[in-house]
Design a protein around this ligand. Sequence first.
Ligand SMILES: [Fe+2]
Ligand SMILES: [Fe+2]
Length: 134
Amino acid sequence: MEKDDLIRILNEDFMRELEATLIYARNSFIMKQCESSRVTEAIAVDEMRHMWWLADLITKRGGTPTMEHKELDFGGDDLRQMLEKQISLETDGIEKYKKQIEIVGDTEVAGVMKHILDEEKRHRKEFRIRLQEI
Ligand SMILES: [Fe+2]
Ligand SMILES: [Fe+2]
């Protein structure tokens, strides 16, 4: 894959991680259920860590991390709506990373993406458990 295309894909991922960080941080403030709020807060921190890992890959390849994001969709103000939104964000990330790992052609990038992918799967599982408990 050309370097510019790789940087573009990494920046798309970076933006999704930024959005997840902001959405989970906000939702953790709103959630009244302590356990769900704490899990969401901890996972927001994981997403911010993913931003750092991707920013490192982007800058090493001469790119600049894009600190822009779409209008944020938090899912709603109800616990179920927030958890469903969070599960769908994780699913979106899982699908994207799975595809990208196959095509990036860069061992370091694929390695970081695999690590992130494993964490997104764990996040989805954590959110699904909280949703089942409602
Ligand atoms: Fe993430
Ligand atoms: Fe995640």
